[in-house]
Design a binder for this molecule. Structure first.
Ligand code: DAH
Length: 357
């Protein structure tokens, strides 16, 4: 009769010695497979007496279980070893250059916004923000637009459906409501710019329903037009990166400033493209003026004590001028070829010390 102990130590030695998964499988088939040595032993039970069969059968089954679990354990060990070997073999060098892909770039509007912020920050302006969805008070009434007055039609406003109270919210038509929010919540002196999105129902080569403005506001004692003029001329010279900028102020009307003006820069239009700092044409760049006493009052500031100036300009338009983009609508058409051409590197953060563009 086969000695179970010898058979067990034989098979376990083969299991332990199996070098890989296929060798282990061969050992398994030879021991516990259909015609394997241990399975063969079970077939001999039939010829035994019941007592003998009971005792021998239990011993063979226990042997088979031990062998089976040794095989399972060895299999797991071999699989782990194989995986470790594969991981060691298939290393990936992340420092190797990859295939060329179109790189992401900074949209010109965001670049120009950053440039403007860096220039004004250098002059001591803080950045203020307000919501895109405004109410009538902040967008119009507090800015001295008379109720039901046609001045409100100056802006082709997008209104929301009226609320139950009858109040209609709107998409802000300019960044000037941020002036109001700032004056209501802060005490003078105030020196802020408010960059942001604005909306008007308009679309052609120089207008898009959504565009960007930068608003400016200075409130302090003794502020006059001279401060306004210096601030804006200095800004324009730095923005266009030239000293040769000539500006002119033309009288204009805005409900929220008195006096109001539009500022033009001298330019040359003769060669089909606009060149700043030369030529005999003028280009309108921004609106500005001294903050109207009614606006100061609406925001809880005493106009006999404090004065201020404000200005507002189109970011996308200034970008078009500086970087020679012919059509404003292209800026928001999400064409990656356009962005690859006009976009800026994300690493070239504009600042006053190392230059803007
Ligand atoms: N809010 C004006 C507009 O969108 C721009 C503007 C003009 C803003 C004069 C000002 C300002 O603060 O003083 O047309």
């Amino acid at each position: 009769m086969t000695d179970l102990n010898t058979l067990e130590s034989d098979v376990l030695a083969q299991v332990a010695g199996a070098a890989d998964l296929s060798a282990l499988d061969a050992v398994r088939v030879a021991a516990v497979g259909k015609t394997g040595s241990i399975s063969g032993l079970l077939k001999t039970l039939g010829a035994m007496s019941p007592d003998e069969r009971k005792e021998r059968g239990a011993a063979i089954n226990a042997l088979r279980d031990r062998v089976q679990s040794a095989i399972t354990e060895k299999k797991a060990a071999l699989e782990t070893a194989e995986l470790d070997a594969r991981l060691a073999r298939e290393t990936l060098d992340l420092t190797l250059p990859g295939p060329y892909r179109r790189k992401g770039s900074v949209h010109p509007t965001m670049q120009v916004m950053d440039e403007m912020i860096s220039i004004f920050a250098d002059m001591g302006f803080a950045v203020a923000e307000g919501p895109d969805i405004e109410d009538d008070f902040h967008n119009f009434t507090a800015l001295n637009f008379p109720e039901k007055h046609p001045a409100r039609e100056m802006h082709d406003t997008f209104f929301f459906e009226p609320k139950e109270t009858g109040e209609r919210m709107l998409l802000r038509t300019h960044t000037s409501p941020v002036q109001v929010r700032t004056m209501v919540s802060q005490k003078p002196p105030i020196r802020i710019i408010a960059p942001g999105r604005t909306y008007r129902c308009d679309s052609d080569a120089t207008h898009t329903p959504m565009f960007h403005q930068v608003e400016g506001l200075v409130i302090d004692k003794g502020i006059h037009m001279g401060h306004l003029k210096w601030t804006l001329e200095t800004f324009i010279a730095r923005f266009f990166e030239t000293d040769a900028v000539t500006t002119q102020f033309r009288p204009h009307h805005f409900p929220f400033t008195e006096p109001s003006a539009e500022m033009d820069v001298q330019c040359d239009r003769s060669g089909g493209e606009i060149k700043i700092g030369q030529g005999s044409s003028w280009l309108e760049i921004l609106g500005c003026g001294m903050v109207h006493p009614n606006v100061l009052r609406a925001c809880g500031i005493d106009p006999d004590e404090y004065q201020g100036f404000a200005f507002g300009m189109g970011v996308d338009r200034l970008g078009m001028l500086k970087y020679g983009m012919p059509d404003l609508r292209d800026m928001f058409s999400s064409d990656s070829r356009w962005l690859a051409h006009y976009g800026f590197s994300g690493f070239a953060a504009p600042n006053a010390a190392s230059g803007l563009s």
